[in-house]
Design a protein. Structure first.
Lengths: 234, 424
């Protein structure tokens, strides 16, 4: 009976304790590494916020519309604080990964390896989103200014549409890069985009016939003397 | 310092034409001006024959690839000297028709003129627009003689224009140039200038031919470069200026971008010069100043105000990134005024607006093109306000009104300098 109890209870328990004892130094090292990482992350966060304040980047973010966009997304932090927080979590995450690798657990090692191989995709997706964001803003503003100066009454919606389409493109590309619902996203985008273009074509074709006629009349007919403007600006 | 540079835009044109040692060169940039250029060529030829009979002169038509037969008109244009009571002294006048290269625009055409002037070592030069309908032979005398006989390097035109002709000049370019550089050059972007061969060579050595200077920016660049580099300048009264629109295809915001953009670029280049200038002074004016009747200009005020108000409303979020609060509040109010009589853009507010646009470009607060093009609806607002205010005014009264605007610009110079230096 005693040998049976030894075999099914004591020996496994001893093995567990032995493994725990063997693992304990690695665990402690991991915890220490992660703790150091947290302190370092906190210091880097302070440094980033300080640098942003010194370079007056907050004002630049406000001018470029980033602050306003964040507020629209219900982000209450300033871009400086947000960037500081991002750096904090980035450094903390790196040290978390380091701590896990120090522990040398095979399953975690495998998961880490797969995650690290996936990491470039996340980076590329973020870069694509950032470029899309800035390009959307820039071209949206260019469309707004051009249409305002051309006297289009739909300048605002037109500008928002330009910006929206570019952001949509960026999101689709980012999702494709991440491999999330690749075929679904592309198909959905094609359907939505094609549908929107078709809807616009129908709307303009059917609803805007009179408007188009009036526009062409004004553009090419010599009548309409009342509309004439002889100002020579130069 | 002013060494010869290669002539990339067609070396040897003058050799082919068998020309050398020219005293006077008159350049005419053109692009599809067949309708008007014949008159300009004849006026130039008559002017050179009448006022510079013993001089060797050449007319250079620098064409941008016209498809309406402009160059044929130039070649065929000739004068019946008997009918204008002139002796035709053969051998002294030559015509050269040449295409220009580079960015399409007036500036590139001028570059070719400068190159030929240097190649021929011309002593005095002039350029006149191809769209002029009011040019007379006397224009050539007035543009060339101050250079040839009085030792001036740059002769700026001074015309009688309709009170609503040249509104970019009147509301931005003249007042700002005068306030910055302290010289009262009334038509800094007039388009018709006289200049010495020395100055032509100086222009040619500047590395600006790939910028807006190559387009509509050339006029303000020539004037400012001459003033800021200490060349001897004057202006000549040429009478009435009646011309076709500069480029019917070019839209207002593009013109504004090129002209105002060049003006702002020059502010960067010559910041060290204009920061030390206080007030302004008159420059020598040649010619007999007289009043002339001018063609009426039809203005669609309603359309202008509507466009301005819509633009101000739509662009408010963008303007918030560089205009001060008081200007934004004023614009918000202006865009909401339904009563045309109350549509007033005061000088003080307009001056602040223009200066803050210049500062925004200086500080690179956004794309330079976006900043300047977004000035268009505000500019239309100022023009509309000016037209409402001066609807019943005579040309002299309008000039006095513009003088007030110029003084407002001069009065805000310190405001600009403080902010330019980054103190405020």
């Amino acid at each position: 009976m005693k040998s049976f109890i030894d075999k099914i209870l004591i020996q496994p328990l001893q093995e567990v304790v032995q493994k725990l004892v063997a693992f304990l130094p690695s665990l402690l090292t991991g915890i220490v590494v992660f703790a150091i990482g947290l302190v370092l992350a906190w210091l880097i966060k302070l440094l980033v916020v300080k640098i942003i304040k010194l370079l007056k980047l907050d004002a630049a973010f406000t001018r470029s519309g980033v602050t306003e966009a964040l507020q629209k997304m219900a982000v209450k932090d300033t871009p400086a604080k947000l960037l500081g927080r991002m750096f904090f979590w980035l450094v903390a995450f790196i040290f978390f990964v380091l701590a896990l690798s120090v522990m040398r657990v095979p399953v975690i090692d495998q998961l880490l390896e797969r995650f690290l191989l996936y990491l470039p995709n996340i980076f590329v997706a973020l870069v694509v989103l950032a470029i899309g964001w800035f390009l959307g803003n820039f071209l949206g503003r260019a469309a707004l200014i051009a249409s305002v100066n051309a006297g289009f009454k739909v300048a605002g919606p037109l500008s928002k549409a330009v910006k929206g389409v570019i952001l949509l493109f960026a999101f689709v590309m980012a999702f494709e890069q991440l491999g999330i619902g690749r075929s679904t996203v592309v198909a959905a985008f094609a359907i939505v985009f094609g549908g929107a273009v078709l809807a616009l074509a129908l709307a303009f074709g059917l609803g805007g016939r009179d408007l188009a006629r009036t526009f062409l009349d004004k553009r090419f007919k010599k009548s309409g003397e009342d509309e004439r403007d002889d100002l020579k600006h130069l | 310092m002013l060494g010869k540079t290669p002539d990339p835009a067609g070396s040897g044109r003058t050799k082919i034409a068998g020309l050398k040692d020219i005293d006077i060169l008159v350049g005419i940039p053109s692009y599809n001006n067949a309708r008007t250029i014949g008159h300009v060529v004849r006026a130039v030829e008559a002017g050179l024959t009448k006022y510079f009979p013993g001089r060797r002169s050449v007319l250079v038509n620098s064409d941008g690839g016209s498809s309406d037969g402009t160059t044929d008109v130039v070649r065929e244009a000739s004068i019946d000297f008997d009918s204008i009571l002139l002796d035709h002294r053969k051998g002294g006048f030559h015509k050269l028709v040449t295409p220009y290269h580079g960015i399409p625009g007036k500036g590139s055409a001028f570059r070719t003129v400068f190159e030929i002037a240097r190649e021929l070592e011309a002593k005095a030069c002039a350029v006149v627009d191809a769209d002029l309908r009011s040019i007379t032979p006397e224009w050539i005398e007035l543009l060339i003689k101050p250079v040839f006989e009085e030792g001036y390097d740059y002769v700026s035109p001074y015309y009688m224009r309709h009170k609503y002709d040249g509104t970019i000049t009147n509301t931005i370019v003249y007042p700002l140039t005068r306030a910055l550089y302290g010289k009262r050059i009334r038509q800094p972007i007039g388009g018709d200038f006289g200049f010495s061969g020395r100055l032509a060579s100086f222009y040619l050595d500047k590395d600006v031919w790939e910028s807006d200077v190559a387009r509509f920016g050339i006029d303000i660049w020539m004037t400012t470069t001459a003033i800021a580099n200490g060349f001897k300048i004057c202006q000549a009264f040429l009478g009435a200026k009646i011309h076709d629109a500069k480029d019917p295809g070019a839209d207002l915001s593009a013109m504004l971008h090129q002209v105002v953009g060049s003006l702002f670029d020059l502010m960067e280049e010559y910041a060290g010069t204009w920061r030390t200038v206080k007030g302004s002074e008159a420059v020598a004016t040649f010619g007999f100043v007289y009043s002339v009747g001018l063609e009426p200009i039809q203005v669609n005020l309603e359309k202008m105000i509507e466009k301005s108000q819509m633009g101000i409303r739509e662009l408010a979020p963008f303007h918030r990134s560089f205009l001060p609060e008081d200007a934004l509040a004023f614009l918000h109010d202006l865009a909401a005024r339904p009563d045309r009589g109350a549509f007033v853009y005061p000088d003080a507010m307009w001056v602040r607006t223009v200066l803050h646009f210049a500062l925004a470009c200086h500080r690179k607060l956004a794309s330079r093109e976006h900043i300047i093009k977004s000035l268009t609806p505000l500019y239309l607002g100022k023009v509309a306000s000016f037209i409402i205010e001066t609807w019943d005014s005579t040309a002299e009264e309008v000039e006095r009104r513009l003088e007030e605007l110029c003084l407002a610009f001069e009065g805000e110079k310190d405001y600009l300098i403080e902010r330019w230096n980054g103190k405020a």
